[in-house]
Design a protein around this ligand. Structure first.
Ligand code: FAD
Length: 457
């Protein structure tokens, strides 16, 4: 007697960040191998983005903020590559692998969790001279670049060149820009201990935002705490100010001032990954519109979550959920549940989440936090922030804690490896998670590097 094999449904999840990782993990637990789950992602790791400023400042080694996908998601098949086309009618996802090989995945259910990329503004020179802060390559680049600027400044004969190299401009004072400037200032302070600068020259960090206060999207008390800590450390905080033009040698501000610098870090925000715009479904400010069950309307087999999806915020009627890890993580879980429900396992549920507060790591022992609405500052906020990150990371906690311990007792390592170059981390890219390398297979939407902008880099 022959038995007919029953085909298991195939779920494809595109993107393994906060939303995709959690969707895969939840679905794998709920289906217990009654579905085949494929995770398509350009890297073999989940990246814990909130700790990236600590990588740029040399507190954490880069692998600490990654979690191996195959190690953490045992029953999920990982396909390395980037989705570059989705055919909703044929139910297929086309992708390109790390060595240029093309492939196609067919799905019964699809979860889109491709996140976001650096936001560009039409400011002359920014695309050429600024660097974003959305992926590990950019953080590694910044760590090396800052170290190199201090080393070149220490050896410079012209004091004005020295001053320019020691000036670091961060555009955008949201949580990314604030943390980059706060950690950056402590990092350069530690670097100059072994590299004396000419008399009177000190590293200078300038933090700009067009908004009237730092952390404009967060609670005013968090904003006040961060502002106080930054100014006390000597960070030049300029609110109500924007960049008019960026050049190789400096930045011109909208108040007419020119700031000589070799460093412009672009933290003005993010935009949804352009992949979702290509699907041809309604968007809300570039995010794919979904219903409260995270379903793309008209396609009960397609779900979207995280930064790339416009999810109605049931806790704030009329609004969409913010682009935060807090939402992405929980939406991933909800998407996992609802995909399982669509396969007959459990009941689907709508997504609703009340903000639990925010934590901002200001480096050293300092932080600003408002867990459950309780405003905290100083070392207590710093401890809550680090405790929160340790609890939230899906792996590598012991290594992260060990790096924090070492950083507390040992001087920071001030060496540059020079492995990530300026041209390999362009601001205008759909793939901030991958550094461009010479001779890599052509990516359809991007050109290979044409020039080496800065001879020393
Ligand atoms: C420096 C920094 C600090 C932050 N700090 C905080 C914080 O403290 N608290 C907070 O709540 N939020 C914070 N955020 C925001 C938070 O990280 C994002 O909201 C969150 O990562 C969104 O999750 P996601 O899953 O939608 O996207 P991501 O986590 O970005 O994941 C997207 C995944 O999709 C992959 N991908 C992209 N394109 C494709 C493609 N074409 N094919 C296949 N895979 C693809 C990417 O490689 C990535 O793995 C921070 C962000 C940054 C940059």
């Amino acid at each position: 007697m022959s038995r007919t094999a029953v085909r298991r449904p195939h779920v494809v999840i595109v993107g393994a960040g906060f939303a995709g990782f959690q969707a895969a993990r939840t679905l794998s637990r709920l289906t217990r191998r009654r579905a085949d789950i494929t995770l398509l992602n350009p890297t073999d790791y989940f990246l814990y983005l909130p700790l990236l400023p600590q990588v740029a400042a040399g507190v954490l080694e880069p692998r600490r903020v990654t979690v191996s996908l195959t190690g953490a998601l045992r029953h999920v098949r990982l396909v390395l590559g980037e989705a570059d086309g989705i055919d909703l009618a044929r139910r297929t996802v086309n992708h390109t692998g790390p060595e240029g090989d093309r492939g196609e995945l067919s799905y019964d259910r699809l979860v889109l969790a491709v996140g976001s990329v650096n936001k560009l503004l039409p400011v002359p020179g920014v695309a050429e001279h600024a660097h974003g802060f959305r992926g590990l390559p950019e953080a590694l680049y910044l760590r090396d670049h800052v170290t190199r600027q201090i080393e070149l400044a220490a050896a410079a004969e012209d004091v004005e060149v020295c001053r320019a190299r020691c000036t670091f401009v961060v555009a955008g004072a949201g949580y990314t820009g604030v943390e980059v400037a706060a950690h950056g200032e402590l990092f350069t302070r530690s670097l100059v201990r072994n590299r004396p600068l000419p008399d009177g020259v000190r590293p200078r960090w300038v933090l700009l935002d067009i908004a009237p206060r730092v952390l404009p999207e967060l609670d005013r008390r968090l904003s006040g705490t961060a502002d106080r800590v930054l100014r006390r450390r000597g960070v030049d905080v300029r609110t109500g100010t924007s960049v008019k033009e960026a050049t190789r040698d400096g930045v011109r501000l909208d108040d007419g001032e020119s700031v000589p610098t070799r460093t412009l870090v672009w933290c003005v925000g993010v935009r949804p990954d352009p992949l979702v715009a290509g699907i041809g479904k309604p968007l809300e400010r570039g995010r794919l519109l979904v219903d409260p069950f995270l379903n793309v309307p008209g396609h009960p087999e397609v779900f979207a979550c995280g930064d790339a999806a416009a999810v109605p915020d049931l806790a704030k009627p009329g609004q969409y959920t913010a682009m935060t890890a807090q939402h992405a993580w929980r939406q991933g879980k909800a998407a996992g549940h609802n995909v399982a429900a669509s396969l007959g396992l459990g009941k689907r549920r709508s997504y609703r989440h009340h903000d639990l507060g925010f934590t901002v790591d200001l480096g050293g022992a300092s932080g600003a936090a408002n867990p459950l609405g309780i405003p905290l500052s100083g070392p207590l906020a710093g401890a809550v922030t680090r405790g929160y990150h340790l609890a939230a990371m899906p792996g590598n906690r012991v290594r992260v804690a060990a790096d924090w311990l070492l950083d507390a007792v040992l001087p920071r390592q001030g060496v540059q490896l020079g492995l990530v170059r300026s041209w390999s981390v362009p601001l205008d890219t759909a793939s901030p998670e991958l550094a461009r390398v010479p001779g890599a297979p052509e990516r359809p939407e991007e050109e290979q590097p044409k020039r080496l902008e800065r001879p020393e880099e």
